[in-house]
Design a protein around this ligand. Structure first.
Ligand code: HEM
Length: 478
């Protein structure tokens, strides 16, 4: 189904404004502005402002010499952005990570589903497998995640706040999320009982880093040195081969029922393992660890008034369910749900979506219509679409109640899952099949927080994208 608006419009047709500048030099200057001088968000806003348009030509970072294809057209408002979801117009082959792609050896010689376009039958086969195998195990989500929250997050948070005066929330996340993911996919096996020992998250991070660093800034080294190391070349797989092989070994041996399911659907065990690793690392581990800090930051900064409202809603809904934390209790929590949607609207954890035009087409911004030529590399910067001032009032503000009651009708403009919030992932589209799980885990973290505590305070250190969140105080539930 097409998500873009294809009906004819009376908008003026404009040439796409923008300027790629001098070969190589301008792209490198843009990269410095994007990562260091301005930052991602200010860079996109300043370009739109400069050219008075929300469809513009840009040199997309990282550019030379990681990628030779960096002359892109960017979609920067809610109207143009949703063309990114139209499978008939946009080819998603190999564009998941942006303008560069790690070699196939990073994935055991296979291309994981996220790199495959819907026009390839392998996409539907692999995506159906993920959707059906997750649905089959949905009863595990709540008890497993609650155990992980308790063992790896809250026990440590409390101890560190009491003993050290604060606790680094981000630093506790990797063990918690990895513990959940591994047990979920591996028939509830504890990863520390496998060849991984307690090094699972470390191996995963080592394998992810070279894939992600061309599009990130860690802000830990002087800019010039970081740029040289991060953004100029791709790290050969050989450097992380050992880490990846350890992970493949652990999942091959322990994800027995998941791999049996794959074989029953005609997917080779080996292909399923490498797909699973991508799902584990990029989709689940990186996605969730980017999302949770934003959620706790917004809720923490909103202060005691919101905390009291959340605690009341959560405790009342659970009481009505006889004291059990069930899906039906969680589904009654409309403020909790709205807070999760609002976080995903304000800070979509995967902010950039890429693709290439399958044919010539016209894209409409709010103000004009522009011709996109077949083969053109396009990118949507999602935060400008989901904080579009023509769609949302106070678009840059965290409004906890935004999606309650009548506000629910605005959910179609929440786009974090590579599709509208009102649409569903399916084998024939590219929407995230983890959509419902991500909501559930976001809600569960809030539920557990406010079952244990009345209020808490945070200290925020901005990073390139996700903030670093330190918990300063925790007031036990009264
Ligand atoms: C907060 C966490 C997550 C975020 C922000 C997120 C976001 C996204 C986005 C934006 C895409 C589309 C990327 C593109 O094509 O440009 C995507 C695709 C995908 N996601 Fe997620 N995701 C998250 C968690 C998960 C989880 C838990 C799963 C587990 C099932 C998952 C599985 C996938 C898969 C398999 C795809 C590829 C879909 C396809 O090719 O049709 N994601 N996700």
């Amino acid at each position: 189904m097409s998500s873009s608006s294809s009906e004819s419009s009376n908008l003026p047709v404009r040439e796409i404004p923008g300027d790629y500048g001098f070969p190589i030099i301008s792209a490198i200057k843009d990269r410095y502005d994007y990562f260091y001088n301005q930052g991602e968000d200010a860079w996109f806003h300043s370009k739109a402002e400069k050219y008075k348009s929300t469809v513009i030509k840009i040199n997309m970072a990282p550019g030379p010499f990681t990628s030779t294809e960096y002359k892109l057209v960017a979609f920067l408002d809610a109207s143009s952005f949703v063309y990114m979801f139209d499978n008939s117009l946009v080819d998603k082959t190999d564009t998941l990570g942006g303008t560069f792609k790690p070699g196939k050896e990073y994935y055991g010689g296979y291309r994981p589903v996220a790199f495959i376009d819907t026009s390839d039958p392998n996409h539907a086969a692999l995506k159906s497998y993920i959707i059906s195998s997750f649905a089959k195990r949905h009863n595990l989500f709540i008890p497993l995640f609650r155990n992980m929250l308790s063992d790896y997050l809250f026990n440590n948070l409390e101890k560190q706040v009491t003993e050290q005066g604060k606790s680094d929330f981000n630093a506790l996340l990797p063990n918690m999320t990895f513990g959940f993911i591994f047990r979920f996919l591996c028939d509830q096996t504890n990863p520390t009982d496998t060849v991984l020992g307690d090094q699972g998250p470390v191996h995963l991070r080592n394998w992810l880093l070279p894939q992600l660093m061309p599009s990130l800034s860690a802000k830990k080294l002087p800019n010039f040195i970081e740029d040289l190391v991060f953004h100029n070349f791709l790290i050969p797989f050989g450097f992380v081969k050992k880490d990846y092989n350890k992970l493949v070994d652990a999942f091959s041996k322990n994800a027995v029922s998941m791999l049996d399911d794959a074989e029953k659907l005609g997917i080779k065990r080996e292909e399923a393992v490498h797909n699973m690793l991508f799902l584990v690392g990029i989709n689940m581990f990186a996605g969730l660890n980017a999302f949770f800090p934003h959620l706790i930051r917004f809720v923490g900064e909103a202060g005691p008034n919101l905390h009291t409202r959340l605690a009341n809603e959560i405790r009342t809904s659970i009481k009505e369910e006889g004291g059990a934390i069930t899906l039906s209790a969680i589904n009654k929590m409309s403020l909790v749900k709205s807070v999760v949607y609002e976080t995903l609207r304000l800070r979509p954890p995967v902010p950039l979506q890429y693709g290439k035009a399958k044919k010539d087409f016209m894209v409409q911004s709010h103000d004009a219509s522009y011709k996109i030529n077949k083969g053109q590399f396009v990118v949507g910067y999602q935060p400008m679409a989901s904080r579009d001032p023509k769609i949302f009032a106070n678009p840059d503000e965290f409004v906890p109640d935004r999606f309650m009651d009548d506000g629910e009708k605005m959910l179609k403009h929440v786009l974090w899952s590579n599709g509208r919030e009102t649409e569903n992932p399916a084998p024939e589209n590219k929407q995230c099949p983890g959509k419902d799980l991500v909501h559930l885990l976001g809600r569960l973290i809030l539920v557990e927080f406010f079952m244990r505590y009345d209020t808490f305070t945070v200290e925020i250190t901005p990073l390139f994208r996700a903030p670093n969140v330190a918990i300063k105080t925790l007031a036990k539930a009264s």
